[in-house]
Design a protein around this ligand. Sequence first.
Ligand SMILES: Nc1ncnc2c1ncn2[C@@H]1O[C@H](COP(=O)(O)OP(=O)(O)OP(=O)(O)O)[C@@H](O)[C@H]1O
Ligand SMILES: [Mg+2]
Ligand SMILES: [Zn+2]
Length: 312
Amino acid sequence: MMMCVRPTVHTPAALRWALLLSRFSRASSTSSSAPGGPTAGNEQVQHVIAVASGKGGVGKSTVAVNLAVALAQRGLRTGLLDADVYGPSVPAMMGVEGKPELTADGRLMIPKTGHEGVKVMSVGLLLPGKAEGDKHGDQPVVWRAPLALKLLDQMVRQVDWGPLDIMVIDMPPGTGDIQLSMSQRVSLSGALVVSTPQEIALLDARKAVNMFRRVDVPVLGFVENMNRFVCSKCGEEEYIFGSDGLQADALRLQVELLASIPLSTGLRKACDQGVPTVVSDPQGPVAHEFRELARKAFLNLGLHAGLAPHVQ
Ligand SMILES: Nc1ncnc2c1ncn2[C@@H]1O[C@H](COP(=O)(O)OP(=O)(O)OP(=O)(O)O)[C@@H](O)[C@H]1O
Ligand SMILES: [Mg+2]
Ligand SMILES: [Zn+2]
C-alpha cells in the first residue's frame, strides 16, 4: 500500500499526525515499545479509541484485542486498557497475568507487555482474587458508577503507559451511567461500536452510537461480528442472519461499516489460548479483516480530527 501525506495546515497537531501516519504506513515491526521513564498519567497518550457495544457477548473484547495487536503490527506504540468492569477478559485473551508491579518510586503501576509489545492494563489484574464466600469465583461483580470510574481513573492516570501513539479501551457493554461517564471521563478520540447482526443487538448498537454522539465522541465505525458462517470443509459462506447485517443501519446512522468478522472456530480457539488471531494465523482471512479494521479505524481517526491525509 502506498500512502502519500499532504499536510495542508502546519499546526503541531497536523505535524504529529503526519509523523504518526508515516510510522503506521511502515511494514510491521516486531517491537513497538519505546524507551521512556515513568510518565505522569496519560499525558503522553496521543489517541484513545473506545471499543464499545450495546449488548454483551457480541465479541467486543475479541475485537479490541485483535485491533490493538494489529495496530502494533503496523508500528504504532499501542496500549490496551480493559475497562470492562463486568467481565474483564483481556488478560486471558492476551495471555498476561499477575498483579502489576510498581515503578521504582512506587507511584505508578507498570502495565503488562503482551503480543507485539502492546501494553496491557486490566480491571482483572487489579481486582483481588475470589471474593470471600465466593468459593467458585462465579459471583457477579456488582459495580456502582463512582467506584467503576475511580478504577478507570487509576488505570489511566496511575499507570506508566509511557509514550503511546494509540490506546484501545475495551469498554463495559451497555449504554448506562457507567459507560456514559467513562466516555466523558477519558478524552476519547473516537469510538468503535461492535454488534452482531441480530435485531436485538442492533437495537442496542444504535443506542451506543447515540450515546457517543451525545458526548461529542466521533463514532469511527461499526464492526459487525459473527455475521456469517464459513464452512471449514468446503469454504461455503452462510449468512445466518441474512446478508444485510449492519449495512442498513450503517447507512441510516451515517456510520461506516469498517469490518465484518465471520464466525470462526480458529478465532475462538486462539482467543481462549491467549493468542489473538492476527498473531496465531496472520495469513488467514480473519486476520486480514482485523488488519483492514485497524487501517480504516486509524484513517477515520485522522479524518475526524480534521487531519485527513491524502491516502492512496
Ligand atoms: N467471530 C467469532 N467467531 C467465533 N467466536 C467468537 C467470535 N467473536 C467472538 N467469539 C467468541 O465469543 C465469546 C464472546 O466474545 P467476547 O468475549 O469477545 O465478547 P464481549 O462482547 O467482549 O463479551 P462481554 O460482554 O462478556 O465482555 C468468546 O468466547 C469469543 O471467543
Ligand atoms: Mg468482553
Ligand atoms: Zn461445507
